[in-house]
Design a protein around this ligand. Structure first.
Ligand code: PRT
Ligand code: ZN
Length: 285
């Protein structure tokens, strides 16, 4: 039987969210997630655990069929893969930063400077696009300390909250690109694998649709139901079930969570009682 092989990060910032994503779409892995390969128990999928740097190439070459990896790595490696879905986690940006005391005058500030980075290709493209001639000093970790030890004049690195820059007396001066986790796929999947991929994408959409949505249940007097229905349109229309209590009904609907706080007072003013909000895990429209 055909199996879809998914490459995810062994450990690091993407690992937990990647495993959670698989679990949200009903893919349970066999014990021992630190093994190189783990088979799913309930879906024809096996998971290959790799360093994130190796994921684009592994997918491009077909050793894995699909992978979960940061956009920054996909850009940097320049491997030929398709992007099947933007996953919305591990959001960050790749930025240029310089010592705080410097005055930034635009990209030409970097002319004849040395920039430390783990992303030389992405940086080179930015410098070429802006006609800047700088030397790139490639290092694989602790890029942010390079200026303070005299290794470089500036850095090009991942920024998330910005606190690493601040604690190293640096300031972000150019956001070169933004990044989030991507689901990438090999460009030549056969039909059976494409079929499995479509199933996974459908499951991902189902989880995504439910995000931020809540199931709301309340009891209301029948003569106010029309007004309450106006506040809670639901997906098509709310479900109304008569209560044993004469003249009262139970109304069920789906709302966006933030909307709840806007309408709760109006619901109470219209006589709604026993209002419950419940989580929704999956939703198929
Ligand atoms: O071992 P392996 O090679 O697999 O992992 P890694 O060490 O190369 O990567 P890892 O696990 O640190 O990050 C994996 C991916 O997470 C990255 O490729 C990005 O796509 C994404 N990501 C999201 C981040 C960050 N946020 C992040 N903040 N990756 C790194 N950082 C680091 C950054 O390098 C800097 O040192 O956090 C620091 C900045 O954070 P702030 O919040 O202080 O700005
Ligand atoms: Zn890495």
């Amino acid at each position: 039987m055909t199996t879809l092989r998914i490459a995810i990060q062994t450990k690091g910032r993407l690992n937990q969210d990647s495993i959670e994503l698989l679990s949200d779409i009903g893919i349970q892995l066999t014990q021992g997630k630190r093994k190189l390969i783990s088979k799913a128990t309930n879906f024809p999928v096996e998971v290959l655990f790799l360093r994130d740097d190796d994921i684009p190439k592994t997918v491009a070459s077909g050793i894995a069929d699909i992978g979960i990896v940061g956009e920054n790595e996909v850009l940097e490696k320049g491997e030929s893969v398709n992007i099947a879905k933007r996953l919305g986690f591990s959001k960050c940006r790749l930025s240029l930063a310089i010592p705080k005391a410097e005055t930034y005058t635009g990209p030409h500030w970097f002319n004849n400077k040395t920039i430390a980075t783990s992303y030389p290709e992405t940086l080179k493209k930015f410098l070429d696009d802006n006609d800047v001639s700088a030397s790139i000093h490639e290092i694989s970790g602790s890029v942010e300390v390079a200026p303070s030890i005299g290794l470089a004049d500036a850095i090009f690195d991942i920024v998330s909250s910005g606190s690493t820059l601040i604690s190293n007396n640096l300031k972000e001066v150019e956001i070169v690109t933004k990044s989030e986790a991507l689901l990438i796929t090999n460009r030549e999947l056969n039909n059976e694998k494409l079929y499995l991929l479509q199933d996974l994408l459908f499951r991902l959409d189902t989880v995504e649709t439910a995000k931020g949505k809540k199931y709301i249940m309340l009891n209301a007097p029948n003569h106010r139901l029309d007004e309450i229905k106006g506040l809670l349109p639901g997906m098509k229309s709310p479900t109304i079930i008569p209560l044993a209590n004469e003249g009262w009904s139970s109304l069920h609907s789906v709302i966006d969570e933030p909307q709840f706080w806007n309408i709760i007072k109006d619901l109470k003013d219209l006589g709604a009682q026993s209002i419950l909000m419940l989580p929704i895990e999956k939703m198929v429209l």
